[in-house]
Design a protein around this ligand. Structure first.
Ligand code: GLA
Length: 386
């Protein structure tokens, strides 16, 4: 994507004037292959960064404000640059920008007045991290020539979301957008915040299917799950004081202590503990090019989210069940926060056309919604475009 100075000035209704080419930054969305809701439990996740990305072009401006135009929404937001440090959320898309600017300011990076032009290819509400990619691209644009440690960048953008937007998310989305690797998934250890690249077998494609539903429950249920996991940890700590998070609990240990945990937090904990194991097993199966084991783990993960974590919905279950019955589909599961958004599917190249056709006609027949398909190729993480 190339943003010219003239596109910027059109966007800002001719008020924006610059002689020079604006700087432009790119931050990708992500699809998580496996390891759902484990990040805020210090567990393992395995996302890939996507080619679909958010782009932010930036140029200095004399008006004293940070002024932002979203070309997707055709809307402008602005804040006095000097007062961003105490800005308050307004419950719309501008919060991701203001929150990121605020975190930068609080970390000692002065926010100069300027114009930002945003264009995103990451579909919103699809569970592919449109918000994290906006935060990361915004942070890079506001930093400009100033360098920042990559992990600090991911942490800072996460704080924008948890402290300003008010969503108590884990670090996976921002981390994947920053550290994404071309040609590989990244297995992130959310306890020590290190990662390793995991190559995927060549004879399988990763296809995200957008259910195009987003049930309202999403953010309140997310908070509830975070609280229920904390409740499980508190109960387990009464019997084993060494446990600090569900990451410290092996399946064997859990079997011994589970009766001390109330029923709902017990189910949540069982998902997290089994899901951590599945991430490690999936990475090993990928290294061994064992497609059927990778597929089995996908389906087991979906089952666990459907029954233990209870974050799936009718549409996602239908997409997973339909996909699993198609020849050449190794596995399918919901991905992201849940209650809508996408499923992620492991599909053999020979089966791609039939997969699209069969999923589309079944889903249209059942819900009168045409699903969207994204072929996901692991792409590089965020950086300067030009
Ligand atoms: C959202 C959050 C992430 C993670 C996923 C679920 O995308 O932002 O931190 O918890 O849900 O895996």
């Amino acid at each position: 994507m190339v943003v010219t100075a003239s596109a910027l000035s059109e966007a800002f209704l001719q008020q924006f004037q610059t002689e020079r080419q604006p700087d432009c930054f790119r931050a990708p969305g992500r699809v998580n292959l496996i390891g759902e809701h484990t990040d805020y439990n210090q567990g393992l996740v395995l996302p890939i960064a996507l080619e679909m990305a958010c782009y932010v072009a930036v140029a200095p401006a004399p008006h004293g404000n940070l002024r932002v135009y979203s070309s997707n929404l055709k809307q402008t937001r602005e804040w006095p640059a000097a007062r961003l440090v105490s800005a308050l959320p307004e419950r719309d898309w501008g919060d991701y920008v203001a929150g990121t600017a605020q975190q930068l300011a609080r970390a000692g990076y002065e926010i100069a007045p300027g114009d930002l032009y945003i264009r995103s290819e990451v579909p919103e509400g699809a569970g592919l991290s449109s918000s994290a990619s906006l935060e990361v691209a915004t942070a890079l644009a506001l930093l400009g020539e100033r360098s920042i440690d990559k992990l600090e960048l991911a942490k800072l953008c996460r704080r924008a979301e948890s402290q300003f937007v008010g969503m108590p998310c884990g670090i996976m989305d921002q981390y994947a957008s920053v550290f994404g690797q071309e040609g590989a998934a990244i297995q992130i250890d959310c306890r020590n915040l290190e990662y390793r690249a995991v190559k995927l077998p060549a004879d399988v494609r990763i296809i995200a299917v957008n259910s195009r539903v987003k049930h309202e429950l999403g953010s309140s249920a997310y908070r509830e799950r975070v609280a229920e996991c904390n409740e499980a940890v508190a109960a387990i700590r009464k019997v084993n004081g060494a446990v600090e998070s569900l990451r410290d609990v092996s399946l064997d240990c859990f079997k011994q202590v589970q009766d001390y945990v109330p029923p709902t937090p017990r189910k949540r904990a069982r998902h997290i503990i089994t899901e951590n194991a599945r991430v490690a097993e999936f990475s090993a199966a990928a290294a061994a090019c064992d497609l059927s084991e990778m597929g089995r783990l996908f389906l087991a993960s979906h089952w666990s989210m459907q029954h233990d974590y209870q974050i799936s919905c009718e549409e996602l279950d239908f997409l997973v069940e339909t996909a699993a019955a198609i020849e050449g589909v190794e596995g399918a599961r919901m991905t992201g926060g849940g209650f809508g958004g996408c499923t992620v599917n492991l599909v053999r190249p020979f089966a791609l056309d039939g997969f699209r056709r069969k999923i589309t006609s079944a889903y249209e027949g059942r819900f009168q919604i045409t699903p969207l398909f994204y072929e996901c190729t692991p792409a590089r993480g965020a950086g300067r475009l030009y």
